[in-house]
Design a protein around this ligand. Structure first.
Ligand code: AKB
Length: 315
C-alpha cells in the first residue's frame, strides 16, 4: 500500500488532492502537510496532518520517516504575482524547498511529483502550440524557479535514480479553495463575482490568452503521471498539459451562456498583465498524450457550467 505525503496541503491544489488521494489510497495512507492549520475539518481530521516548513529539511525528513512515506506530492510554492513582490522569499520557498524534498526523497527512496507551470516559459518561447522542448528563458522569478526546478528534478532522476515526475500546469480553475497570488487567479475570481454580483472587473486585458484547466482534470493528471509506466516516459518531468485556451472575453461569454445578465469591464494590473504577456497562449501537450495517455475531460463550456452550479450551491 502506498504512503503518500502532500506538501502545500492547505492550498488550492493540495486541499483537493489530499481528498482525491485519500479516496483512492485510504485516509491513513495520505499525510497532509502545510504551514497553516487547514480550515476544512475533513482535511484536518480525516487523516494525518503535520505542520512542516519545506525550507527546513529536518521537518520534512521527520514526517517522511515517521509515516514511512514512499511518494511525495510537493505542492508548496509561492505563485507568480506574489513571487514578483517577494522574489527572495520565492527563491527560498520554491527552490530550497524543492531541494530539501529531493534530498529527503533520495535518502528515504521516495518518488516525487512536482508541478511546473506555463510560467517556465518566457517571451522568447513560441506562443502558439508551444512545444514540449523549446526555448525556456522565463523573465519572472516564479518562472525561473519553475524552469530550474524542472532541471533539478531531471538531475535527481539521472544522478540518483529518484523517481521524479511532473507536469506543467496551466492556470487552474476550481471552487473549493481559493488560489492565492497567481496571475491566472482572475479565472477563478470571475466565477464567484458572476454568481454573487453578476459583474466582474478583470485585471487582465481583453485578448490575453492563456492555457487553463478545471481542477478535476488537474488532480487526475497528477495521479496518472505518477502511475504511468516508467518505460514509456521519455520526458518524465514537466510535461506540457492543457485543457483549454482562454481569454477574459471568452470566459465571460461562457458565463453569459449560463448567467445572461453577467457583465465585465477591465482595470488592468500592470504587474499581472506583464507576467501574462510573457507566457504562451497555447501549449502543445502531444508528449503527455502519447507517453501516458493524458486527455482532459472538461472543456470551457463544461467547466463553466460546473463551476457556476457548484458556487451557486455554496452561496
Ligand atoms: C500563476 O498564475 O502563478 C499560477 C501558474 C500559471 O502557475 N496559476
Amino acid at each position: 500500500m502506498k504512503k503518500i505525503l502532500v506538501t502545500g496541503a492547505v492550498g488550492q491544489i493540495g486541499s483537493e488532492l489530499v481528498a482525491f488521494l485519500r479516496e483512492r489510497f485510504g485516509n491513513d495512507n495520505v499525510v497532509a502537510a502545510g504551514h497553516a492549520k487547514p480550515p476544512d475539518p475533513d482535511l484536518r481530521d480525516a487523516g494525518p496532518f503535520h505542520f512542516i516548513e519545506c525550507t527546513e529539511i529536518a521537518s520534512v525528513a521527520a514526517v517522511v520517516k515517521q509515516h514511512r512515506v514512499d511518494t511525495i506530492y510537493h505542492l508548496a510554492a509561492i505563485l507568480s504575482a506574489s513571487a514578483e513582490k517577494h522574489p527572495q522569499k520565492a527563491w527560498q520557498v520554491n527552490m530550497n524547498g524543492l531541494y530539501n524534498i529531493l534530498e529527503v526523497a533520495r535518502e528515504y527512496g521516495c518518488a516525487v511529483f512536482t508541478p511546473s507551470s506555463i510560467a517556465a516559459f518566457g517571451p522568447g518561447t513560441p506562443r502558439e502550440g508551444t512545444p514540449q522542448v523549446t526555448v525556456q528563458r522565463p523573465t519572472t522569478i516564479y518562472g525561473i524557479t519553475k524552469a530550474s526546478g524542472e532541471l533539478l528534478c531531471d538531475y535527481y532522476f539521472l544522478k540518483y535514480g529518484v523517481d521524479t515526475r511532473g507536469v506543467r500546469y496551466p492556470g487552474l480553475i476550481s471552487y473549493k479553495t481559493a488560489p492565492g497570488g497567481g496571475t491566472t487567479d482572475y479565472a477563478v475570481e470571475i466565477f464567484f463575482e458572476a454568481v454573487r454580483r453578476r459583474r466582474y472587473t478583470c485585471w487582465l486585458r481583453e485578448g490575453t490568452r492563456l492555457d487553463m484547466m478545471y481542477m478535476p482534470d488537474a488532480l487526475r493528471a497528477a495521479v496518472e503521471i505518477m502511475a504511468a509506466d516508467p518505460a514509456r516516459l521519455v520526458h518524465r518531468n514537466a510535461f506540457n498539459i492543457t485543457a483549454m485556451t482562454v481569454s477574459p472575453e471568452r470566459l465571460a461569454a461562457a458565463i453569459q451562456r449560463v448567467i445572461p445578465e453577467f457583465t465585465m469591464d477591465y482595470d488592468i494590473d500592470p504587474l499581472r498583465q506583464a507576467i501574462a504577456d510573457s507566457w504562451p497562449n497555447r501549449l502543445d501537450d502531444t508528449a503527455a498524450r502519447e507517453e501516458w495517455g493524458w486527455a482532459p475531460k472538461y472543456d470551457l463550456a463544461a467547466m463553466a457550467e460546473d463551476m457556476i452550479a457548484n458556487i451557486s450551491k455554496r452561496s
